[in-house]
Each structure stands twice: as C-alpha cells, then as structure tokens.
Design a protein around this ligand. Structure first.
Ligand SMILES: [Fe+2]
Ligand SMILES: [Fe+2]
Length: 291
C-alpha cells in the first residue's frame, strides 16, 4: 500500500476582528503577525497539484487544518483540499481544530465539515475511527481538547488504547496529532507535548501498529522501531510551511508491504523552482530521542 502523509496545513484565513472572542483574539493576532507569512498560497497550491499527480492508495492528514477553529475556517480548508478529497482520504483533528470550546459545542465543527473523510466510528464513547484500505486498517485518534491560552497539550485515555487493541485484527496504521517521540535536540515543552505519552507507548506494545503518523511539531522526522515503541513514528509537519533552520517542512510517501516492511521517501518545497523535490530522509534510532 502506498501512503501519502501530510500534516499541519494551517490554511490561510482572514477573519473579521469583530467576530473573534477570548483566546481567539490572541491566537489570530499571533497567526496574522507571525505565522501567516510562513504559509504562502503558491506553496499550498503546488502541494495540492503535486499530490493530484501522484499515484497512491491512501492520503493521510494528521490534523491542524485550521488556525483558531473559527467557523469560517473549516469550509475554507475543505475548499483548499477539494481536488484531493476522495475515498482514499483519511483525516484526523489537531489541537488547532479544537482550539476553543465553541469548536466542539453545540456542534463539532471539524466532524461536521469532514465527516466523509474521518472513517467509520468504532466506539460509542470515544473518538476512535477506522478505515480499511489496501489490506491495512487505518485508525484515527483525537488527542486534542480545547485548552487555556498558550497550552497545546494532548492526551489519549488508556481505554482508547484498550478499545483499539480489542478490535484490530490485521496490520494497522495509527494516526494521532501529537508526537510520541522527539529527537533529543527537538524536545517539546511541557505546554506542548502529549502529557501521557510514556503510558500510551507502553500500552501500544500489546498490539503495536506498523506506523504511528503524527504532526504538531512543525518539522520532519522518522523514528525506527525500538524497544519502547516497536513501530515507526513519522512526522510530516508542516507540509504547507516554508522551511527554516528550526522547521524542516515537507511530506512523506510510504510504501508498506504485507509483512509490515516500510520504505520511505521525503519531499520538500524548493522556493526557487516552486517544486516539491525528493530530499534526504531525517531518520533516527529510538535512542536518538525521547518518549
Ligand atoms: Fe500545527
Ligand atoms: Fe498542533
């Protein structure tokens, strides 16, 4: 099975200042002043056109399609994605898609917009979704919930892992927004990381996925299977962002065979030619980083 993995698209947005409240005021100012210029529309158009030309079985998007979860951002993100939304697409939410309480009540804005691409609901009580493609099961988790300003943490309840373990019966790919592992030189702050990732990694050892695909930290890496997490951990964020010294952007194409062997290729954006070109992999052993 061939997977294209993109993440943290943070599509450009223009929101009337008068329609912002509370946390969104600071979040939007931060976006408009600092982040917006890192996401040029020409790069995003090129990414979409590049993916349209690829042959693949599954397109996985691991969250953060919006910036401050404003109701106008969800349809706008879908409009951007329209050329590559089809029955091969599998999407999960990121913390920016659950930015404020108003994004989850009275209506789940993310689910409302992207329902056909989120997979089938497995659990009655938790966000746990699945989609069967190419002999593999894709599993989607939601590690996010609205938090106070300056917090971007995630967590996954142990019961979600037991529910996952109880129904998977073939090799599976797990998609969740927050990293389970970071290289030592890119450790996440206490306000940004998944708070119980040691516990999650440990519980996943019972029935490990082949791949754990995520975003959230805006740079690329691949962790090889190790003792604490016996599966690949792949970060493809942020696929729509310009690279700089701290953020190596791009996306991965992953070939999985029936034995769970994976082959990776990484693509990154080149401003001079307006192209995504194959680039060296940033691949590490588990000991090069921390869970
Ligand atoms: Fe993000
Ligand atoms: Fe995020």
């Amino acid at each position: 099975m061939k997977i294209v993995h993109i993440s943290d698209l943070h599509f450009p947005t223009k929101i009337p200042f008068s329609s912002l409240r509370g946390k969104s005021v600071i979040g939007y100012l931060n976006y408009a002043v600092r982040r917006q210029k890192k996401y040029p529309p020409v790069l995003i158009e090129t990414l979409i056109q590049t993916i349209e030309k690829l042959e693949y079985d599954a397109l996985i998007i691991s969250g953060d399609l919006t910036n401050v979860s404003h109701p106008s951002e969800f349809p706008r993100a879908k409009e951007w994605l329209k050329p590559i939304l089809d029955d091969r697409t599998f999407i999960i939410p990121g913390n920016h898609d659950r930015y404020k309480k108003e994004s989850v009540q009275p209506v789940l804005l993310f689910e409302k917009e992207f329902a056909p691409f989120l997979g089938e609901e497995v659990s009655k009580t938790n966000y746990l979704r699945k989609k069967e493609i190419g002999g593999f099961t894709l599993i989607g988790w939601d590690s996010n919930r609205p938090l106070p300003i300056a917090k971007a943490n995630g967590s996954v309840r142990p019961e979600i892992i037991s529910e996952t373990n109880s129904f998977v019966n073939k090799p599976y790919v797990l998609v969740c927004h927050h990293p389970l592992w970071n290289p030592k030189f890119q450790e996440e702050s206490n306000g940004h990381k998944m708070v119980n990732r040691k516990e999650v990694a440990s519980l996943l050892k019972e029935k490990p996925p082949v791949l754990y695909l995520h975003g959230h930290t805006h740079t690329n890496w691949i962790k090889r299977p190790g003792e604490k997490a016996p599966f690949y951990v792949v970060n493809s964020a942020s696929s729509t962002r310009l690279s700089d010294s701290k953020h190596i952007s791009g996306f991965h194409i992953i070939d999985l065979n029936g034995n769970g062997k994976a082959a990776f290729r990484r693509f990154s954006y080149h401003t001079e030619t307006n192209q995504f070109l194959e680039s060296p992999l940033l691949i590490y052993d588990e000991e090069d980083g921390v869970i």
